[in-house]
Design a protein around this ligand. Structure first.
Ligand SMILES: Cc1cc2nc3c(=O)[nH]c(=O)nc-3n(C[C@H](O)[C@H](O)[C@H](O)COP(=O)(O)O)c2cc1C
Length: 209
């Protein structure tokens, strides 16, 4: 994302991790992306879904006037950070062929924003943002990554994010195995750098690996 000439505060990049494993493959790649973003001058923060107290969506169909959910839990902080973000990096391991349950619970809680826009005619997000998607798995199965991507793309559409970067890393099972894949770490760092520097704007998603 580029800064407008009058803008003084740094670009804000929000990382959202769906892995419960601190220091695991998702975490290391996400940290690398955020490191790249910081190196390019952005302010970067990480949210770990597993560390939040968040309830699954209750399908109450009642949204607050700002398009957020009525349940009082840690999603309040997530809504505020997503709304403030200039770009988002969503990172998850593949669990049973899709995103982790931790990430899915968080994503489902954006149903209130979907309802606000599609049923109430209100736009909860005042601007667009870019999104990068990082996904790791033990196998190389393409369909698992595609399932996960479909969830994240739907999330992106709901929070006015354009998914402009993707990094799919198969063959990673043990905690921290990605340390042995310097090319993947480099690509994650470059994604963060591009998000912060604006090179991703308008570009189609990079092909998955
Ligand atoms: C509950 C669970 C389900 C998993 N399901 C799959 C799967 O369907 N396909 C696959 O390739 N790997 C699967 N894995 C392996 C993880 O995706 C893999 O170990 C990944 O590197 C973990 O990332 P992390 O270190 O960031 O948590 C599963 C792991 C767990 C714990």
């Amino acid at each position: 994302m580029t800064r407008s000439p009058e803008r003084r505060e740094p670009i804000f990049i929000l990382g959202i991790s769906g892995s419960p494993r601190a220091g695991g493959n998702t975490d290391l790649l996400l940290e690398e992306a955020l490191r790249g973003a910081r190196a390019a001058g952005a302010r970067a923060e990480k949210i770990v879904a597993n560390a939040l107290r968040i309830a699954p969506c209750q399908e109450c169909d009642r949204t607050r006037s700002d398009g957020t959910c009525r349940i009082r839990d840690d999603m309040r902080e997530v809504y505020a950070k997503v709304a403030a973000a200039d770009a988002i990096v969503v990172a998850t391991p593949v669990f049973f062929g899709s995103v982790s349950a931790q990430l899915k619970i968080l994503v489902d809680r954006f149903q209130c924003a979907w309802i606000a826009r599609h049923r109430r005619g209100r736009e909860p997000y005042d601007r667009e943002r870019a999104c990068a998607f990082i996904c790791v798995a033990a196998s190389e199965r393409r369909d698992f990554f595609e399932n996960a991507r479909a969830v994240v793309r739907h999330f992106c559409a709901t929070v006015r994010a354009r998914c402009v970067e993707e990094l799919f890393c198969g063959g990673l099972e043990a905690k921290g195995a990605v340390r042995g894949r310097p090319e993947a770490l480099r690509r994650a760092r470059e994604i963060g750098r591009r998000l912060a520097g604006g090179a991703s704007r308008g570009r189609p998603a990079a092909p998955a690996t």
